[in-house]
Design a binder for this molecule. Sequence first.
Ligand code: CP
Ligand code: NVA
Length: 305
Amino acid sequence: MKRDFLHISDFTSQEILDLISFTAELKIKLKNKEIFSPFEGHSLAMIFAKQSARTRVSFETGFNMLGGHAVYLSPDDISIGKREEVKDIARVLSGYNDMIMARLFDHQHIIELAEFSNVPVINGLTDYNHPCQIMADIFTIFENRDNLDDLKIVYVGDGNNIVHSWIHLATRIPLHFTCICPEGFEPDKEAIDFISDSDKSTFELSHDPINDVVGADIIYTDVWASMGQKDELNDRKKIFAPFQVNSNMLKSTGKKTLFMHCLPAERGREVTDNVIESTNSIVFNQAENRMHMQNAIMVMLAGKM
Ligand code: CP
Ligand code: NVA
């Protein structure tokens, strides 16, 4: 039976830990320029309904490094769900490719794509979640600390797709996860219920960016308006201003706190220049690790791990 990578919570705790170890192995292999070509003669279709720098380049480069060929389909090429039904494109692309990666708006579309594809489908971000990002992020934290013990992650900003994937991870790996957002910008209720029903991690929802960052090992933020919401940015700027990650916020944690951001960052809004450029910031490690983690995910889905 083929498997897809749509939500982190579709995988067990052990599978997630195995992926973290395998990513470390693969990263060393690639850095040492060892030949490892599990995808020789294979092809990956990459559907993008939204813009991308990291996701596009990391998947394309990674798949090529592993011996395969990746095909980039821009927002204008397929117009998924508009020019053609999702279930039709799923079967068409399955006929040419060994794997499909897609970045889509509607989360139901990635579920439908996976249901009707005969090959593994990887979620490269939807309005609901961004599982490859958070898998790369937890690997980056592991690289920086050597363990994931007693980890307090404080996300400050919009309760968006990034938060939903953190929540899904927290149902599998024990974390202390706090989401600090303005009122009205909470994560989806279904995601909150999911973490509340799980006893794996502790979860706090807060609207207090001053007191509730205390003790954070990680402060994580993201843009205040995601792709598809940019017309709301002007209104959001005022509402989100107290939630900016700046040096005062980093200092107020009372410990050495690492700063993370999935990027792209809108410097001067959700994060100041000096925080993103500080020695606390591991944002470019995160970006690089997207490729290594996704390589591991693709090798696992192909049954070659
Ligand atoms: N973090 C991330 O997914 O970046 P892109 O939107 O550039 O792919
Ligand atoms: N929340 C952001 C993440 C970008 C990687 C967005 O969806 O635009």
